[in-house]
Design a protein around this ligand. Structure first.
Ligand SMILES: [Zn+2]
Length: 286
């Protein structure tokens, strides 16, 4: 492999200002990656309402789409709803690509707090579980592993797995021990956490930037430790020949400047994840 595939379409981006900077992050991160790394940007078609219903109740989906129910940003912006068809599709198509070629990236956030019939915490629909159910239904995949290293608990993912009785086909790992803020314990547990996933057919990896110790909503790992986290995950997937799709998830370090909000520190963390991925998956990493 000479380039890392990244599933991006501008329709993923929400242009209006929201409490979380993440809905604007896809364009910012892809702009940096295009300038600095050998990536291949791949376009895709959006998902449909019926796909959302694979992981969510029809009533909840209809409520969100019709703006009757507030989205995960706790607003009723049509722009947020419009982006959901594309962000969930980015993850799904990246996952299908990874299954075939080994690795792919979806520059997305805002999935893991979305439950079967609820949306909160900057998450409206759960792109992880929508992609998982869609792939399991096509039956070329028997088991999926989700490594959720966003700092916060993937309560929405856990809710959907429980309510759809998917526990024997989806192994959900959150590294709960990280809530203790004990970085030594996190790295002691990591090999066993990864080893428990060695029989899955594909890994979904949320490489959350809010595990960083400077994150205002997280975290407990410094720059070198964040990189070590990523390297261990990618080395595990490569060594075991398990396809891996990864995304961005949370990250809230930002500076307010005259030009607006600057999330360069978050972008730097995602850049480091891309470098770790390139180092392990590219034949000639730059
Ligand atoms: Zn988070």
């Amino acid at each position: 492999m000479n380039k890392i595939p990244v599933f991006y379409n501008p329709a993923m981006v929400v242009e209006i200002d929201l409490e979380s900077p993440s809905p604007k992050k896809p364009r910012e991160v892809v702009t940096e990656w295009k300038q600095n790394y050998p990536i291949e940007v791949i376009d895709f078609v959006p998902l449909r309402e019926e796909d959302f219903c694979l992981a969510h109740t029809t009533e909840h989906v209809r409520g969100i789409i019709s703006l009757r129910i507030a989205n995960g940003m706790d607003t009723r912006h049509q722009e947020v709803v419009d982006s959901l068809y594309w962000t969930t599709a980015s993850f799904y198509h990246a996952a299908e690509h990874a299954l075939q070629y080994g690795v792919a990236v979806s520059p997305t956030s805002g999935f893991h707090h979305a439950g079967h019939d609820f949306s909160w915490g900057f998450c409206t629909f759960n792109g992880l579980l929508i992609a998982a159910v869609k792939m399991l239904n096509k039956s070329q995949v028997r088991r999926i592993g989700i490594i959720d290293f966003d700092y916060h608990q993937g309560d929405g993912s856990e809710d959907i797995i429980a309510r759809l009785a998917l526990g024997d086909r989806i192994s959900h790992r959150t590294g709960k021990i990280h809530y203790t803020r004990e970085k030594q314990a996190f790295f002691q547990e990591l090999p066993a956490l990864l080893e428990s996933l060695k029989d899955v057919d594909i890994l979904f990896y949320q490489a959350g930037a809010d595990q960083h110790e400077n994150d205002p909503l997280g975290g407990f790992l410094n720059n070198a430790e964040m990189r070590e986290r990523d390297v261990q995950v990618f080395r595990f997937s490569k060594d075991h020949g398990i396809p891996i799709v990864w995304n961005l998830a949370g990250g809230y370090q930002e500076e307010r400047t005259e030009q607006g909000r600057c999330i360069q520190k978050v972008l730097d963390i995602h850049n480091a994840t891309m470098e770790a991925c390139m180092g392990i998956y590219l034949n000639n990493p730059v």
